[in-house]
Design a protein around this ligand. Structure first.
Ligand code: 1GP
Length: 236
């Protein structure tokens, strides 16, 4: 499995990747729950992302293990902090919160996680993570102690994404925050897509087939959806 190569190829071939985000705090790592959950995700799901701003339940290893048991879809960690690293997964989005100026989330957590990753077989995908205002305070904002970039500040968002690419990130993730009132606008997705060459992940507040398609049409390589499936509010 070469996760990044597949994501990059999808970008070049304009294939649409769909990642379902599973928050270990809202998932029960038991057969019946997991089976029912996995059966309701769309058939076009290409990846599972597992992680959250917190993992109060310390559940992540068991969650990844049961997903891996029940499906062949690749599982990528999307850690809120360095404790959410488990070699049960296939890879990890090695995130750096580029929209904020809190060194702990730019490099501190990454240093703390490095030796865990070295001991694992996880494929590391360096990812520039950009938090954008989605209309309400989100967990990322609270936990990281950083503010999102306003959707009006398109130049700042584009320059942040470009800086991420120049720093060597292999993907850029535009994040409106889990449960956002509104997703990242298509204007922003388009502007970032035009500026960078690397795959673009977009998530936060996407609750319908239309919103998902709009994000793809604007240039998202991968759309990430969590809350809509958690709460059975996916609007086809
Ligand atoms: C959050 O982008 C993801 O990190 C998904 O957001 O839960 O709003 O779908 P939602």
């Amino acid at each position: 499995m070469n996760l990044y190569q597949d994501i990059h190829t999808a970008q070049l071939q304009k294939k649409q990747l769909l990642a379902i985000l599973i928050d270990p705090d809202k998932f029960v790592a038991e057969y019946a729950f997991a089976k029912a959950y996995l059966e309701k995700v769309p058939s076009q799901t290409t990846h599972f992302l597992v992680g959250g701003s917190t993992d109060a339940s310390q559940n992540i290893e068991a969650v990844v293990r049961i997903i891996k048991k029940l499906t062949t879809v690749p599982v990528i960690l999307f850690p809120g902090d360095y404790t959410q690293i488990t070699s049960e997964a296939d890879g990890i989005l090695f995130l750096s919160l580029l929209s904020g100026r809190n060194p702990e989330y730019l490099i501190g957590q990454q240093v703390k996680g490095a030796s865990h990753i070295q001991k694992s077989h996880l494929e590391v995908i360096p990812t520039g993570y950009i938090l954008i205002d989605g209309g309400k305070e989100t967990a990322v904002q609270r936990v990281s102690g950083t503010l999102p970039i306003s959707q009006k500040e398109i130049d700042t968002i584009v320059h942040t994404a470009l800086a991420g690419q120049y720093l060597g990130k292999k993907c850029i993730y535009l994040e409106a925050g889990s449960g956002a009132q509104y997703p990242v606008s298509t204007t922003i997705i388009k502007a970032v897509r035009e500026a960078i060459d690397i795959p673009l992940l977009v998530g936060g507040g996407i609750r319908s087939q239309k919103a998902m398609q709009d994000a793809y049409d604007a240039g998202a390589t991968m759309v990430v959806i969590g809350t809509a499936f958690e709460e059975d509010r996916w609007n086809t």
